[in-house]
Design a protein around this ligand. Structure first.
Ligand SMILES: Cc1ncc(COP(=O)(O)O)c(C=O)c1O
Length: 454
């Protein structure tokens, strides 16, 4: 397969050179489970290239990634989409500026906003109409950030939103962490190939790539040196070659190997699973007939409508069926399906959902929408770095949060740093199963004489 970095490492391994450099295992871990991986785990030497200067087989592998994801440029990341969000926002937004942010944003955006001293104006929903209206109201905003797809697999209309941003002279950054597989299941190029300035995809979430691998894509409007400078700012100076090679290999497997066909088969199987669940009519699997554009391989099942909480359903799946969902919340169970799932495994998943229907109760859960965003009392940066104390969340009404309060996953902030914790929010978090007796960091108000904690 045409996987320049993966192949270069395999050739080096075969040459059996004496490794007088990092990593300290020298390619031969005494732990049998690690030894195959260790043999490919190299560092920056001439034949392997350098991530941050963009040389050798890494640059060649990134060029193929740009081609296959339909972007002008692609950059490998070994610190997940988190590193990509930090690097992407520092490319797109002037420190100290205001950005338009989808309230659905992952907590990585709050870290980026604290470091860059950004102030958010929130979008309820990432639609072109909302983006246009907000940009008309806040004329100085030059950066818009949206999340597409969401954890539940819902896809925004990136092209239309990108056009709205362009009309207002703003850049669009798309957190596409859950959509790295889109080009391989017929959902078109990455967002940076559909009008966004930058998009970020976690390879490790939906591709057969190793944990914490991700890609940052651009539309070509930044110099490669500028992008590498920002990714280096938030990344280790010793990026793992094993991780980078796993991105390279996964891409080749999906384009030239059996991966593409396997992924498309899983998409067809997901549609079948959704239809089976919906035909029985007890639970409801989210599907495009619900009026959303959807990742064809994300299985989001609403069990709450049958009076079984997603969290309880998840516990049954784990304890009774040895099936481990990606995420559960009060109403839903979310499973990530990829080309690595076999037909038998998906059959087993479908049978387990059918069996769970025995736990359905008579009364469906009432909808529990999140309360409106609370009042922002401090800048995010100020709140994150100010002196703080720990307080049980259920005692913290009226305090200013020093961190994101975000059930994880999905890591979406119900309270952002600098926002006031209200009774309404505590009640909402309790209703969705968040442990409100657990301590959260709040700002030390003037006059407080207790112990300061981190
Ligand atoms: C929407 C979204 N963006 C970003 C991230 C961060 O991704 P990573 O874990 O690859 O750093 C996550 C992680 O769950 C996510 O769900």
């Amino acid at each position: 397969m045409d996987a320049p970095l993966y192949n270069a490492l395999c050739v080096l391994r075969g040459q059996k050179g004496l490794r007088m450099h990092m990593p300290g295992h020298k390619g031969k871990s005494p732990a049998a489970e690690f030894s195959t991986a260790a043999a490919l785990d190299y560092t920056e030497i001439d034949p392997t290239g350098n991530l941050y200067t963009g040389e050798g087989p890494i640059a060649a592998a990134e060029a193929l990634a740009a081609r296959d994801w339909g972007a002008a440029q692609a950059f490998f990341l070994t610190g997940g989409s988190t590193q990509g969000v930090l690097a992407g926002l520092s490319l797109c937004a002037e420190p100290g500026s205001t950005v338009l942010l989808d309230r659905n944003a992952h907590r990585a955006f709050y870290s980026a906003m604290a470091l860059l001293d950004l102030t958010p104006v929130y979008l309820d929903k990432p639609t072109a109409e909302q983006v246009s209206a907000a940009l008309s109201e806040h004329e100085s905003i030059r950066t818009v950030c949206i999340t597409s797809p969401t954890y539940y697999g819902v896809i925004a209309d990136v092209e239309k939103i990108a056009a709205a941003c362009r009309a207002h002279g703003a850049r669009l950054l798309v957190d596409e962490a859950h959509g790295a597989h889109f080009p391989f299941v017929g959902r078109g190029p990455c967002a940076a190939g559909r009008g966004a300035s930058v998009s970020i995809s976690s390879a490790h979430k939906t591709l057969p790539a190793l944990g914490s691998t991700a890609l940052l894509f651009t539309d070509g409007s930044f110099s490669p040196a500028a992008v590498r400078e920002k990714t280096a700012l938030f990344g280790t100076s010793s990026p793992s070659y094993l991780l980078m090679a796993s991105i390279d290999w996964a891409r080749a497997y999906l384009t030239e190997g059996a991966g593409g066909a396997a992924y498309r088969a899983v998409a067809a199987e997901t549609a079948r699973l959704r239809a089976q669940i919906n035909k029985r009519g007890v639970f409801r699997a989210l599907c495009e007939a619900d009026g959303v554009s959807l990742d064809p391989t994300r299985l989001t099942v609403d069990t709450g409508r049958a009076g079984l909480s997603g969290d309880q359903a998840g516990k049954h799946l784990e304890q009774d069926y040895n099936i481990w969902p990606e995420m559960t919340d009060r109403d839903r169970v979310v499973c990530i399906l990829t080309c690595a799932d076999t037909a038998e495994e998906l059959e087993r998943l479908g049978a387990a959902f059918a069996a769970l229907e025995q736990f359905a109760a008579a009364a469906p859960f009432r909808p529990c929408p999140p309360p409106p965003a609370p009042r922002m009392r401090r800048r995010i940066r100020e709140a994150v770095f100010a002196p703080r104390r720990m307080l049980a969340l259920n005692l913290a009404a009226g305090c200013v949060s020093a961190s994101s309060i975000a059930p994880y996953p999905p890591g979406v902030s119900v309270v952002a740093p600098g926002e006031e914790i209200t009774r309404e929010i505590i009640e909402y978090l309790a209703a969705v199963g968040y442990d409100v007796s657990a301590p959260v960091p709040v700002l030390k108000e003037p006059g407080f004489v207790g112990k300061e904690t981190l």
